[in-house]
Design a protein around this ligand. Sequence first.
Ligand SMILES: Cc1cc2nc3c(=O)[nH]c(=O)nc-3n(C[C@H](O)[C@H](O)[C@H](O)COP(=O)(O)OP(=O)(O)OC[C@H]3O[C@@H](n4cnc5c(N)ncnc54)[C@H](O)[C@@H]3O)c2cc1C
Length: 133
Amino acid sequence: MPTQPFDTIVIGSGTSAYYCITALAKAGQSVAVVDERPYGGTCALRGCQPKKYLVANAEARAMAHHLEGSGLSAAPQTNWEALHSLKNAFLDGIPEGEVEEFEKLGVQNFFGRATLSGPNTVTSMAILLKPRT
Ligand SMILES: Cc1cc2nc3c(=O)[nH]c(=O)nc-3n(C[C@H](O)[C@H](O)[C@H](O)COP(=O)(O)OP(=O)(O)OC[C@H]3O[C@@H](n4cnc5c(N)ncnc54)[C@H](O)[C@@H]3O)c2cc1C
């Protein structure tokens, strides 16, 4: 298996990785990032951000339901298809945008699972995400 040296290898591309990667790359380090899932991590793709659409909808419905008969005639129904389209429209392009941002900073982007195999070694069968030409 070929080896490649980096000043820093970051496993994961979530929020914590993002700040670490951008700061180190801007400071002149050679940085590699490897993630086995689409770039962006939990917060942007599966946690904080998408959750806000679902929670806001649920809270609005719960409040309206609570006030039914007290000035509101009927609580609204959720249009699941529209709600998920809205959420997914927000998520569209996040992984590609992050890969592109890292590329511009000279970071090498790998896609696959990484394992710590020594004090200074990360092993991965990951593939290199080619910079756009
Ligand atoms: C439903 C939900 C709602 C949330 N809402 C909020 C909120 O409102 N506010 C808030 O502050 N926090 C919220 N959080 C918590 C927040 O999402 C996490 O604290 C944050 O995402 C952690 O960021 P991270 O970069 O440490 O890890 P993650 O964003 O989880 O990134 C880890 C990345 O590492 C990759 N990875 C892990 N192991 C390997 C490996 N061996 N090889 C390759 N890749 C690997 C994973 O694929 C992943 O992409 C929420 C979480 C969830 C699940």
